[in-house]
Design a protein around this ligand. Sequence first.
Ligand SMILES: Nc1ncnc2c1ncn2[C@@H]1O[C@H](COP(=O)(O)OP(=O)(O)OP(=O)(O)O)[C@@H](O)[C@H]1O
Ligand SMILES: [Mg+2]
Length: 467
Amino acid sequence: MIPLTLAEVAAAVDGRLVAADPNTRVTGPVEFDSREVRPGGLFVAFPGEKVDGHDYAAGAISSGAVAVLGTRAVARVPMVLVDDALAAMGSLARAVVDRLPALTVIGLTGSSGKTSTKDLIAQLTARLGPTVAPPGSFNNELGHPYTALQADAGTRYLVLEKGARGPGHLRYLCQVAPPRIAVVINVGVAHIGEFGSVDAIAAAKGELVEELPPDGVAVLNADDPRVRAMAARTTARVVLVGEAVDAEVRAVDVTLDERGRPSYTLVTPAGRAAVRLGLTGRHQVGNSLAAAAVALELGMPLDELAGALGALGLVSTRRMDVFDRTDGVTVIDDSYNANPASTAAALRALAGMGRTRRTIAVLGYLAELGEFERDGHEEVGRLAADLGVDRLLVVGESAAPIHDGAVAAANWGGVSVLVTDQEAAVEALRRELLPGDVVLVKGSRYRTWEVADALRAEAVRTEGGSR
Ligand SMILES: Nc1ncnc2c1ncn2[C@@H]1O[C@H](COP(=O)(O)OP(=O)(O)OP(=O)(O)O)[C@@H](O)[C@H]1O
Ligand SMILES: [Mg+2]
């Protein structure tokens, strides 16, 4: 964080200093985990359900924090007292961002691919200047200000993923760190259980472009009608990206190599360039176009951009992470999360890689689908069958409609098996895997990735196994 006196911190968060010298300066980072506290830093104490951060206030001071931001006084601890520590963190982040005129905030949202695209944008902006971006999915009212607070006078770009869990949510996050460039990737049924309908999701995601200033830029996916329609909801300049003919930043002649890595011709107002991505999946075309539009907006020359796109790598784990085992099996670990759209993207990548190889999809439960749950799972099973996936391992009773959807599909030559849990899936794979197979592992977080981990650990299968 930029150095601020405790008086400035208190003013920013509308707080009251207790046992604290207003002239003391915070020179270190803002942390809410006392183990992360560094000398000169500020510790934020949250009144948690299981642990109360205030119990760690004295320890944080011993570790070098100059004060604690919290909701109740603690004996002998210099405090900034507030009513709501989370809101205070947001206000403090805003105060920091407001003090950094050379900082450009880039905000992005979407139903699938926020973290993936955030990582792409941050890799590009890092070539243009010092960049702060969160690790993984830090995209809510805690992760967002926490990340923004890491910006300092040297930072040029702040790249923030914004997750919406309801109306007004993105509007709030935009107040914490107002973006000048906003990117909307797609609108799908992810988290639909909390919103009720896809239109409600679109309404909430569009808040991001509504919050842009008139001199801002809205990068919108031209290929998603609900995202394209957001052009009417902003006073900022709109840059359409995608494969649509009217997209300003566009991909034409898209091809995929044997590992599902796209190549395309990038068409921009500045000219054309050949792009060869090192990332797997057709959906990375759109993600990379959004990142390219941001980089062009920030002044990256086209020839440099084409090379930079080719050099993009995976940053956050378990998102289309493709690895080869020494036994000739290729694994696509996409087990971080799943919804129907991201599962469709992953299944298409699997099918593409499987043109000459046997394909196996290990699919677990898709969370947060609400009343769309059964249909969402069935649709995924049907798609796996339609794409000609050879073998489906559906993990757990909750994911059973995937199995139902697949076996109900007409003319499918493949086989679907419903297994009870992750261990059973690993067992089945151990028995069945053959050199040359391509295996996709996907589900909604937590346990499905144990299957991917087991595949990673078992790089070499013992000879003379059960086959
Ligand atoms: N443009 C896209 N369309 C569909 N799926 C995508 C797209 N980009 C990435 N994905 C897939 O979506 C899944 C989630 O990716 P990612 O973590 O980037 O999304 P997210 O929006 O940040 O998710 P979360 O809401 O959990 O934060 C991964 O399986 C990833 O491969
Ligand atoms: Mg994310």
